[in-house]
Design a protein around this ligand. Structure first.
Ligand SMILES: Cc1cc2nc3c(=O)[nH]c(=O)nc-3n(C[C@H](O)[C@H](O)[C@H](O)COP(=O)(O)O)c2cc1C
Length: 329
């Protein structure tokens, strides 16, 4: 379900479905768009290295561009690019827009060593000038009606660089910035340092989206208080509990703290619905079982559930579903 007609308006508190490479592919975005209440989602990063990408890449990896940059379930989708060469990024961003993308996000947060070695992702957090010039180059190339944003971490190793880096991103002309509240060196290790976002939220004129370690309604409340942010991105927490975005919205509207979680039966239906969407796809179908297993990891990581152990060695989708359903009996 799509929450607003202009997904990028930031008129009300905004909730964003995070990009997760190898997990949140088009079928997962479509499924999440059915069940959750996000304003928009961001694609997994698309890497721009030696050459300007062609339309073919976007039509394959982001099928939403063929339909108004929304999933069939109505979730708006922003295309994320990753790289360090500003001209190639800018030209590629334009290709994406010409294919039907309605917004571009730039990844300055990926911690993967291979990506960082090739001048992409979080390594750029060491060079504030380059952050500004890359954002500026892409902003100039992309027609002004389409937003260009950036996703950063607090820093590469020093979290204190965030304020300067965020200002550089703003100076480059970004429409908003998403901050994953950890450094590259912190990886994905809890905690997330939400309080470090507070000076950024206070100082910037553009919207600041807070991200990292929001798994429950209680985490959300603490993140909102510590960061002062009004906009939030959820990744693993949304996969672990697809009702989290709805619980947050209900809390906003009514003040009621009701952290609803799917029942075992609801999960069974969710897996079947996802399989129905994913397995039919020529491009994404072959990855369906792998996605189910990755998803199950996030569903069980914070909970004492036997489901991951029961399903991790299954060799077909049918076996996966059966092994899961056996746990319910
Ligand atoms: C497996 C995995 C893949 C990810 N891929 C991307 C990506 O393609 N682009 C990006 O900006 N962030 C990526 N991230 C980071 C997430 O978008 C998010 O910033 C991070 O998981 C923290 O938020 P969370 O605690 O809500 O999951 C990835 C994270 C994980 C765990």
């Amino acid at each position: 379900m799509s929450f607003s007609s202009d997904p990028f308006s930031f008129q009300h508190p905004t909730l964003v479905f995070a990009p997760m490479e190898g997990v949140t592919d088009a079928p997962m975005r479509e499924w999440m768009g059915k069940i959750a209440e996000f304003d928009y989602g961001v694609t997994e990063f698309i890497r721009v290295s030696e050459s300007i990408l062609t339309k073919k890449v976007f039509l394959r990896d982001v099928p939403e561009v063929k339909a108004g940059a929304r999933t069939p379930s109505g979730l708006a989708v922003q295309v994320q690019l990753l790289g360090g060469n500003e001209e190639r990024l800018a030209e590629t961003a334009l290709v994406a827009i010409r294919c039907g993308a309605r917004g571009i996000d730039l990844n300055f947060g990926c911690p993967a060593p291979t990506v960082n070695r090739h001048d992409g992702g979080a390594t750029l957090l060491k060079y504030p000038d380059r952050l500004e010039s890359i954002v500026s180059a892409v902003r100039k190339k992309v027609p002004s009606e389409f937003p260009v944003s950036a996703k950063v971490r607090l820093g590469f190793d020093d979290p204190e660089v965030i304020l300067n880096n965020a200002k550089r991103v703003e100076n480059g002309g970004a429409s908003w910035i998403t901050v994953h509240a950890r450094t590259k060196v912190n990886g994905y290790q809890p905690p997330a340092f939400w309080e470090k976002l507070n000076p950024v939220v206070q100082a910037l004129r553009i919207p600041v989206i807070a991200n990292g370690e929001i798994w429950t309604l209680e985490d959300f409340q603490k993140c909102a208080t510590d960061s002062g942010a009004r906009h939030f991105m959820l990744g693993r927490g949304a996969l672990a509990n697809p009702f989290l975005s709805s619980s947050i919205r209900e809390f906003w509207k009514t003040g009621i703290m009701r952290d609803r979680e799917p029942t075992g039966e609801e999960w069974a239906n969710f897996f079947r619905e996802f399989v129905e969407i994913s397995a039919q796809s020529k491009i994404f179908g072959p990855y369906t079982l792998k996605r189910l297993k990755q998803w199950m990891r996030y569903i069980t990581v914070k909970k004492n559930r036997p489901w991951f152990e029961a399903t991790k060695r299954t060799e077909s989708i049918a076996d996966f579903l059966q092994a899961y359903e056996t746990c319910l009996r």
